[in-house]
Design a binder for this molecule. Structure first.
Ligand SMILES: [Zn+2]
Length: 147
């Protein structure tokens, strides 16, 4: 990860929240995206399962320009559609990419959107579940200080 000097003068209240004003600002991992993927609905005769993807990013020193969610399912996925971004399918893995709407210092971002996956007609969509989900952040330097 590229380090950059924060142009923001932090107060002691900020330090208590885990943001450090020392050169080469450090952001804690818990200051970034979190994600939950929950099964919501199955349309068995169409081999479709619908999941809700809930992601949150607090307002931090760094700016998030994009989030990438990697979801591994218990069955192979044939195609996937996400309400708030693009999808790439590779076997049982679906990668969601979403551009961030927040692009300024301290602005939080979140989404709560549907992911629909289509399985092979030989599969039972009732049985598919999330094996794992993770989210990563594409960060941009804070531009407030003229960066
Ligand atoms: Zn982030």
């Amino acid at each position: 990860m590229k380090n950059y000097e924060s142009p923001v003068v932090l107060q002691f209240e900020d330090l208590a929240e885990g943001v450090y004003a020392a050169s080469g600002s450090v952001e804690k991992e818990d200051e970034c995206w979190t994600v939950t993927v929950k099964k919501e609905q199955v349309i068995a005769h169409e081999c479709i399962a619908k999941f809700r993807v809930i992601a949150n990013h607090p307002g931090t020193v760094h700016i998030s320009t994009k989030s990438t969610v990697t979801v591994v399912f218990s069955k192979n996925v044939e195609s996937a559609y996400f309400d708030a971004g693009t999808t790439t399918v590779n076997g049982s893995t679906v990668i969601i990419e979403r551009e961030s709407h927040a692009n300024a210092y301290g602005v939080a971002d979140n989404y709560n959107s549907n992911l629909e996956i289509h399985l092979s007609s030989s599969e039972d969509a009732q049985e598919v579940d999330v094996v794992s989900s993770m989210i990563t952040c594409t960060k941009a330097p804070n531009v407030q200080g003229g960066f």
